[in-house]
Design a binder for this molecule. Sequence first.
Ligand SMILES: Nc1ncnc2c1ncn2[C@@H]1O[C@H](COP(=O)(O)OP(=O)(O)OP(=O)(O)O)[C@@H](O)[C@H]1O
Length: 310
Amino acid sequence: MSMVEVAQVAKKYDGSFEALKGVDLNIEQGEILALLGPNGAGKTTLISIICGLVTPTGGHIRVGGHDVITDYRETRRLVGLVPQEINLEPFEKVLNTVRFSRGLFGLKRDDAKIEDVLRRLSLWDKRDTPIRALSGGMKRRVLIAKALAHEPKVLFLDEPTAGVDVELRRDMWEIVADLKARGTTIILTTHYIEEAEAIADRIGVINRGRILLVEDKQSLMTRLGRKELRISLDAPLDALPPSLEGRGLELQDGGQMLVHSYDSTAERSGIARLMADLATEGIAVRDVATRQSSLEEIFVNMVHSEEEAA
Ligand SMILES: Nc1ncnc2c1ncn2[C@@H]1O[C@H](COP(=O)(O)OP(=O)(O)OP(=O)(O)O)[C@@H](O)[C@H]1O
């Protein structure tokens, strides 16, 4: 059984604008899924629906096997949400803020649990500090602590590192890795492809209310990631010799660079034969380099071709 099951979920705002158009998504227990998508793609709407904060206009959602609408209380206890915006009470102290969040779920007070959460987020020393005296980064940690106070099984992070510095971003990634190690299922939305590349197990791409794909990160990068062999020539070529035509080769930089695109997963890349053919043609090679398309290029191409098709 998947931890989160989303089937044909649709959302129309104001009865007309379709923010989600039949989304299907399953998330397994203990995995980290990154939802990538441009502004307005529907990411926040989707996670708000799964958390039971926004009502869908169609479809079904189950968390831990419970329906989020008919079994609202049960599913609400299973999920924790770290929102995009900082919505904390400025004069409240850190410890009380987090303790209060646990109380909201009707759980009895458990100071040992709260201490554990605060320590894991490096907030224990700040427990008596009022929120307004914390740095922006510390406030983000408090948001995570609040979301973890009732020990949820599934944690949603809505753009956890938007606008934070590099150091805090890396700290956040460590916090997420630690949660995963403890068995928490994590769904995060992000604009940062680097973030998805660094921490996700699977990647979902969403655009204009539709999921374009959901795939294991590694296989996505190998499947869509073309590789290029860039051969710098001793002397520029005006044109490809006829023996090298029709093999996916391209001359660049005024004929100084020969570019061979190939599928890095194929059994034979054709590189050895190409180098031999260059020697036969008397074409001297100065240098060779390879480059692989990043997840960023894959993503931009995918969203771009969908926009063109629309
Ligand atoms: N309460 C609302 N009423 C009307 N339209 C809304 C509402 N909330 C969101 N929308 C619209 O639905 C679309 C999807 O918004 P959503 O916030 O889910 O996107 P997102 O992918 O999270 O974007 P971002 O990355 O900018 O946060 C947008 O066009 C947005 O304007």
